[in-house]
Design a protein around this ligand. Sequence first.
Ligand SMILES: Cc1cc2nc3c(=O)[nH]c(=O)nc-3n(C[C@H](O)[C@H](O)[C@H](O)COP(=O)(O)OP(=O)(O)OC[C@H]3O[C@@H](n4cnc5c(N)ncnc54)[C@H](O)[C@@H]3O)c2cc1C
Length: 292
Amino acid sequence: MTPFEYRPAESLEHGLELLAEYGDDARPIAGGTALVNLMRQRLVQPAVLVGLRGLGRDPRLGGVTRQAEGSLWLGALATHTAVATSATVQEGWPLVATAFRRVATPRIRNIATVGGSLAHADPSQDPPAALLALDAEVVVASPDGQRRIPLDEFFLDYYETVLKPGELVVGCTIPAVPSGSGWAYQKFLPRTEDDYATVAVAAWVRLDDAGVCRAARIALVGAAPRPVRAPAAEAALVGQRPAEAAIAEAAELAKDVADPLDDWRGSASHKRRMVGVFTRRALDEAFERARL
Ligand SMILES: Cc1cc2nc3c(=O)[nH]c(=O)nc-3n(C[C@H](O)[C@H](O)[C@H](O)COP(=O)(O)OP(=O)(O)OC[C@H]3O[C@@H](n4cnc5c(N)ncnc54)[C@H](O)[C@@H]3O)c2cc1C
């Protein structure tokens, strides 16, 4: 690693000031699980690290809470463990708790943060699948104020987001999940249990009292340069009774949005096929839960 100066932020405003002061020389660091690896490989060589860890003591930045209007708030400094083990999340947003619990190992989950996961934008990360399927919004701060970005518009490409230099993720909000919903997170892990997904699928569906699908969201990770929704597959389910043929058609349509790379987790064609298989499994499980 090349030498760097460490400047702990004492507040969100102080962190933004430090980033503005050092400009391109500075990078924020939260858990450090991704950034330190990049620095060791000299893929990034910041002269100044702006430490965000202490901001986790701020109830909003470190919090995992149900907000007054019923949505869920995940503060940027909340750890993956805090999200996965929160009774509020497990009860109201079990898809979110499950996806955060499927990340790596307890050691990583104990320090990796919500904001770090979003800003790092590795397209194989687990949390974005669940957050995308539940229509999350990211809240971002800059010296000019705060803005909200639908998660579907947040990721641009491999390791690239719409974050501008000097901006910080403050947290994200996830709408309340209505009754009649079902969900599933299916992660394809042919190697080890703590690996990144080869592909993974988050599904969220809602049935009416007659058992007709009124809403469906399918989000894929590991399948494209960024986490993606599968809108044609979702549309094919709405208005249908979710029988085997409708689910098979949706799973086939989901493959059309897959644009994976050949890598050591599998060839692009294998991953595309697995998108079909794991979308079908996720939808089967989600509809099963919605019927309960
Ligand atoms: C061995 C290993 C296995 C892993 N396996 C998985 C897995 O299976 N699934 C999975 O989902 N994840 C996995 N991860 C974790 C994940 O990929 C990231 O390492 C983690 O989410 C990053 O969080 P962090 O808080 O450590 O971020 P950091 O490493 O501190 O930062 C990551 C990036 O985000 C920026 N950043 C951090 N916080 C903010 C903020 N608030 N605002 C703006 N920018 C910010 C940093 O500048 C940096 O560019 C794994 C990590 C490791 C090391």
